[in-house]
Design a protein. Structure first.
Ligand code: MN
Ligand code: MN
Length: 296
């Protein structure tokens, strides 16, 4: 069950309304790296998790993300407070239009949602469950969670950089910091599974699991690094050894029934391209008689 505490997880102090900033903050309310996406990601993992430790952690963090959603949502509402009042009261104010249309999606936010926090990203695109990539295998989900926390941290960092309001910066700093803390927890939870690599149960094929195919060659040079050389790697530069690596002929084939074969043959015959003819087509027919150059 969920219970609600009316005190926010972090105090929201906004020094003055700023609808443009509010529309940017929507990115963390209804965007792909936002708090709702994070909460739903961990919640869906938690309810199907059988491991007591992971289940507990995922429920703790999912619930914290909802608390972050509440914080960022409250900031959005505070930042649009003044505009909301003026819109509602029909204040004849020439500056109002300029203020709500000066950037981002602030006019959408102000007009359509009445200065509330809508579940859209900063460009107005509705939140979607497609942001949640839970797959139900902890070594995959934890890696995805680590990456999601890293992305969320960066979005907060960017939002901090576009804010002048010191107390808003501070609250954003808290939200950013918690994503670092979550990343740490998920990293530990991943390494609490031994072994955790490769993900899942099946090992990779011995012939291919340590090969690095140097497929992009040319100007700019090939850079050597620990990702393609050293004890983990056999680097394949030879173009001949990059195709049909299984030792076959590199073609694609399938066995079909005799009846299917006959049908496929009829299709092939009907659509066979002739190389022995050069029939005139629209381009030539449409050009002035004899003026073939026009069609070229
Ligand atoms: Mn969060
Ligand atoms: Mn987080």
């Amino acid at each position: 069950m969920f219970m609600h505490n009316k005190r926010l997880m972090y105090t929201v102090r906004v020094s003055e309304p700023n609808p443009t900033l509010a529309s940017l903050f929507l990115e963390q309310f209804g965007g792909p790296q936002g708090e709702l996406a994070a909460a739903m990601r961990y919640f869906t993992q938690a309810i199907s998790e059988d491991d007591a430790g992971r289940k507990d952690m995922l429920l703790d963090i999912a619930t914290e993300e909802l608390s972050h959603l509440e914080i960022i949502g409250s900031m959005i509402v505070m930042l649009t407070k003044g505009v909301k009042g003026r819109l509602a009261e029909g204040a004849k104010d020439g500056e109002l239009l300029a203020e709500i249309t000066k950037g981002g999606e602030s006019h959408t936010l102000s007009l359509l949602y009445g200065g509330g926090a809508a579940l859209v990203n900063s460009a107005g695109a509705p939140w979607t469950a497609a942001y949640v990539d839970t797959i139900g295998e902890p070594t995959c989900d934890l890696r995805s969670n680590i990456a999601a926390e890293a992305r969320a941290k960066i979005i907060y960092e960017r939002l901090i950089n576009v804010t002048d309001d010191a107390s808003v910066k501070e609250a954003l700093g808290f939200l950013m910091t918690r994503e670092i803390a979550h990343q740490k927890a998920f990293e530990k939870a991943l390494y609490a599974i031994e072994p955790n690599f490769p993900p899942g149960k099946l090992p990779g094929q011995k012939d291919f699991v340590s090969k690095y195919f140097n497929l992009s060659q040319g100007d700019g040079g090939d850079v050597e690094g620990p990702w393609n050389s050293g004890p983990l790697w056999e680097r394949i530069d030879d173009r001949e050894r990059q195709a049909a690596v299984d030792g076959g002929d590199g073609s694609a084939s399938v066995k079909v029934s005799a009846a299917e074969k006959r049908i496929l043959q009829r299709v092939a015959e009907r659509t066979h391209s002739r190389t022995d003819i050069d029939p005139p087509t629209g381009a030539e027919l449409g050009a002035k008689a004899g003026d073939v150059d026009k069609a070229r």
